[in-house]
Write a protein that binds this ligand. Structure first.
Ligand code: MIC
Ligand code: SF4
Length: 622
């Protein structure tokens, strides 16, 4: 029986048998961190007392908190740079670009494994590696040379046939797929792309698709490594990293979908969930206030060729603000040299820093009730910084054309080839700093020591602190944005914002009651890998989350910090009194004393995870 591409890469990185659903441990070749999750990850790494990272390559990027309004963000950057220098990690300074775009350009290699403390790490899988997002602690462990445990994934075959029409692009493929599979359809699965249509997609196209596989909840998504991959690596002057890789012709998949590219239309994700997919003609005519082009999903040079081809000779509509953030310094340099930048400026675009920026709510919040069209990957409630805003996700083509028209408009059939594809890529590495293995670790006053947590115990009597519906995101649990991100290294302070988006009293109620439990619907914790969404609730005394199901990364983060994720439907309201009894084998009895109902569940944990819960989290084991 033939192997899938996923199985081939997994087999080369594990000694465990690939039995679907079992926990397997895989060896990690490369890691990446970004600043917003990185400070925690490196505090955790430092607590392990290891001199030099034990991976082939580890890179520390600064791209999220680049506003520096106050000393806090810059303190974080100084800390990160000093750790990188001392412990053998390549450091990418602020202004160099977004971690995923940079990693794809500079370091991702077919056949390798990459673990990153950011949920969009799978972007690099567009090149044919297995790139997985995780919490900072898991990445710290990988840097320390420990294997990474995952549930051996099911493999989904998405067969692409035909060719996209002008005006339709990779973003439309993934939004279309999100409409079919939903934001929980990919949990514990790898999405593998096959079929003749794959050949029509460049590596940046593929990376747009694997990037947004995170929105499916997938462990990762992967494309074969083929002649397009070789060409991309040649442009990056690293053709030697190329190896051909693909699934066997008789590979067996767990699920299959076929997408005929020639029939796809431009498709948007509607407010406020990436899987609310609608074709552009259903939305045509909606007036737009803001258009933003950039983020790790759509900020490649190739994207800007299309955007500039549409904008050339046109003006941005008077009622639209168009912001553009090239994904990396290399892309910015290339659009400058080719004249694309001039075209964007002449049309009336604002040029933003090469960083995450508005995608993570660092500036550019829309006006009250504003309609914002973004080429990004997440439109969760409140993430833009304006709760009443209507945020749509779309391709660069839809974004650029709508910016001119002042309303959602259909770019189908437009020609977008006024500029040629590059002959070579800009390789200036001025903002990459190689480690020298010396110096002292710099810890400014905003960087607080990691808190210690007590184990939750076997008998818990407490109150429900929050009862919430399906698809709660980590942006609901631990919001980001310009007011909150500066406190990513300060758990006491950041916990004040916990659940602020949906329950402003959550923090105070937890303090008043000594914590309690959270009750939720399905797919709890989808979205970001930020472990603050586990640490802050734990800090506030949350002991268990009882949900119908969990997102993969968040479930692991909860366990890492000693919170028990109990998977069962439990009817409860805020402030209900509950009693939870946990056996040594993690059979759990949940009693709602207020409503007089009892539910039983079993929490499936491997031996290591049982120990984590029993000891109060991974930090107590270090
Ligand atoms: C995001 O897109 O939500 C982030 C910000 O990149 C997060 C990481 C974080 O919260 O720092 C992610 O995707 O993991
Ligand atoms: Fe940055 Fe947005 Fe990408 Fe997250 S999704 S890494 S915030 S650009």
């Amino acid at each position: 029986m033939g192997l899938t591409l996923t199985e081939k890469i997994l087999k080369a990185h594990t000694n465990d048998e690939l039995i679907k659903g079992n926990t397997i441990k895989i060896h990690i070749d490369q890691t990446l961190t970004q600043d917003a999750t990185g400070t925690m990850a490196y505090l955790e790494f430092l607590s392990m007392g290891i001199d030099k990272v034990r991976t082939e390559l580890s890179v520390s990027y600064v791209d999220h908190n680049t506003l520096q309004n106050g000393f806090m963000n810059m303190d974080d950057h100084e800390f990160l740079q000093s750790v990188a220098n001392k412990h053998g990690i390549v450091f990418s300074k602020a202004g160099n670009g977004i971690c995923h775009q940079l990693h794809l350009e500079n370091y991702a290699k077919p056949g390798k494994t990459l673990l990153g403390s950011d949920s969009h790490t799978p972007t690099s899988s567009g090149i044919g590696c297995l790139a997985i997002g995780a919490g900072g602690l898991d990445v710290a462990c990988a840097m320390a040379g420990r294997d990474f445990a995952i549930v051996c994934p099911k493999v989904v075959n998405v067969k692409l046939v035909g060719k996209l029409r002008d005006g339709v692009s990779a973003k439309d493929i993934i939004i279309h797929l999100l409409g079919i599979m939903t934001v929980k359809g990919g949990v514990n699965k790898v999405i593998e792309y096959t079929g003749e249509g794959v050949k029509t997609l460049s590596v940046p196209d593929r990376a747009t698709i694997t990037n947004m596989g995170a929105e499916l909840g997938a462990t990762t998504s992967v494309f074969p490594s083929d002649e397009n991959t070789r060409e991309f690596l040649r442009l990056q002057e690293r053709e030697e990293d190329y190896i051909p890789l693909s699934a066997d012709a008789d590979a067996v998949y767990d699920e299959e979908y076929t997408i005929d590219l020639s029939t796809l239309n431009p498709t948007l994700s509607c407010p406020s969930m990436p899987d609310i997919a609608k074709e552009v003609d259903e939305l045509k005519g909606i007036k737009v206030n803001q258009v933003l082009i950039g983020s790790c999903t759509n900020s490649s040079y190739q994207d800007f060729i299309k955007v500039a081809s549409i904008l050339k000779g046109n003006k941005v509509h008077p009622s639209v603000s168009l912001g553009i953030a090239p994904g990396s310094k290399a892309v910015l340099t290339m659009i400058t040299k080719s004249g694309i930048l001039e075209t964007l400026l002449e049309a009336g675009a604002r040029i933003l820093e090469s960083a995450c920026g508005p995608c993570i709510g660092m500036g550019q919040s829309p006006c009250t009730d504003g309609v914002s069209l973004r080429t990004f990957n997440r439109n969760f409630y409140g993430r833009s910084g304006t709760k009443s805003a209507q945020v749509y996700l779309c391709s660069p083509e839809v974004a650029a054309y709508s910016a001119i028209k002042g309303e959602i408009a259909n770019p189908l059939g437009l020609k977008m080839d006024l500029w040629e594809q590059p002959k070579t890529f800009n390789k200036n590495k001025a903002l990459f700093i190689e480690p020298k293995f010396d110096g002292e670790i710099k810890m400014g006053p905003n960087i607080k020591p990691l808190p210690k947590f007590q184990p939750i115990g076997k008998n818990i009597k407490c109150k429900v602190m929050l009862s919430c519906p399906d698809n709660i995101t980590t942006d609901h649990i631990m919001p980001a944005g310009a007011n909150v991100l500066p406190y990513r290294s300060n758990i006491e302070k950041i916990s004040e914002f916990c659940f602020y988006q949906i329950d402003e009293k959550f923090h105070d109620d937890c303090i008043a009651n000594g914590g309690g439990i959270i009750v939720a619907g399905a797919n709890y914790g989808q979205g970001s890998s930020r472990e603050h969404a586990a640490i802050a609730p734990r800090y506030l005394g949350i002991k268990c989350v009882v949900a119908e199901s969990f997102a993969r990364i968040h479930k692991k983060n909860l366990i890492n910090f000693g919170i028990l994720p109990i998977e069962v439907k439990f009817v409860a309201d805020k402030f209900d009194d509950v009693e939870i009894n946990i056996s040594d084998n993690f059979d759990v009895e949940l009693k709602n004393l207020t409503k007089n109902n009892v539910v039983k569940a079993h929490v499936e944990l491997n031996d290591e995870e049982k120990e984590l819960i029993n000891k109060g989290g991974l930090l107590n084991l270090a």
